[in-house]
Design a protein around this ligand. Sequence first.
Ligand SMILES: Cc1cc2nc3c(=O)[nH]c(=O)nc-3n(C[C@H](O)[C@H](O)[C@H](O)COP(=O)(O)OP(=O)(O)OC[C@H]3O[C@@H](n4cnc5c(N)ncnc54)[C@H](O)[C@@H]3O)c2cc1C
Length: 395
Amino acid sequence: MDSNSNFDFLIIGGGIVGFSTAVKIQQSGKSVLVLEKEKTPGFHQSGRNSGVIHSGIYYKPNSFKSQLSIRGRELLIDFLKLKKVPFRLEGKIVVDTNIEKIEHLLERSKNLSMEGVKILTNQELSDKEPNSIINQGLFVPQAGVVNYRKVTEALAEEFDSLGGKVEYFEEIISIESIKGGKTLRTKKNKFQGDYLINCGGLHSDRLAKLDGLDPNVQIIPFRGEYYTLDKSKSNLVNNMIYPIADPDLPFLGIHLTRNIDGDIEAGPNAVFAFAKEGYKWTNFNFKETLSSLTYGGMLKLGKKYYKTGISEMYRSLNKKAFVNEINKLIPAITTKDIQVREAGVRAQAVDKDGSLVDDFMFQEGLSSLHVLNAPSPAATACLAIGEHIASKVLR
Ligand SMILES: Cc1cc2nc3c(=O)[nH]c(=O)nc-3n(C[C@H](O)[C@H](O)[C@H](O)COP(=O)(O)OP(=O)(O)OC[C@H]3O[C@@H](n4cnc5c(N)ncnc54)[C@H](O)[C@@H]3O)c2cc1C
């Protein structure tokens, strides 16, 4: 790599958001360099998630999440078809004991002109999921599944074929504003460009600070833990069963999903992680944990939701408690039927008042743009997020 080259755009982060943005900008004829600290695309959140193509029904009308997930889903499906990345769109059943919540979502689907969304009769529910004890649910045909690690790889290939450049094993440790641009340094190299885009996921807050910003948020890592159902029991679930999320907590709750390989996955719960990349209880990073626990916003959040936090932790450490949750949907699943799957860690922005930031969040700096909150459904929305960023920075 010629470290003296000057690129039009430098993008930190080779996840699904970084590569989608890189593709959209490279398509305009500008020169783009993606810098990624790991060895492959999609190594963190983009390669360790639920793999759901979200319909867009859950999100507050007119929010970035709502607009970009609906547009992004369309762009994503076109891209998957073009690149022959396997996916399935079989729809999901959204469940809740409160019929008003279901009716509210049905109403929203009408406002969003989503076709085919309907409340299922008891007969339709038992036809679709004969082993469940759900007695009311909403069928949302627009939802589907895909492997987002493969999607990120396909985006990286597309970027490469457009002439884009990627450097792996390059962890940015300093950002300097120079006349007309930025100099980024890693332990080995320095890279220069006119404009910086930070798609650093779990580390995006720290990168924004390196660029001289004082963001009103901090990324708090929450581990999402999953189980996979034994293949011999995978006939117990046909497709996807989702509870309606608590609107105050932007996590979707424990759901059951038949993934793209046909395995049934249950999860995730949401446990505070003791490292930004804390995929196991034993992954501990003193500096990162201290930074999370001494952050005013985190202390306020802990006060508000300590009961939820404790019950999530209990469920994380107690398989039976996890199974009890699944049994609210499918009673025949036992602790013997499930094995731990690789976990993921969510990059969740928390503001100084202790609220989990619900919407996607972007902040501009001097010749820079920082993606400071891109949790679920950012994988579904990735290409629309890329389009949105490109339209801002190419202006
Ligand atoms: C458990 C879980 C379940 C989810 N389920 C879904 C779902 O079903 N559907 C959906 O649409 N979304 C889902 N999501 C959300 C989705 O996975 C993320 O929103 C999306 O992957 C975010 O992509 P990203 O590119 O912003 O982040 P990442 O994929 O984390 O990429 C950031 C990249 O930046 C790199 N980086 C960081 N710091 C530096 C540095 N200093 N120098 C160089 N590189 C750096 C990292 O190595 C990383 O590769 C889920 C997320 C989780 C964690």
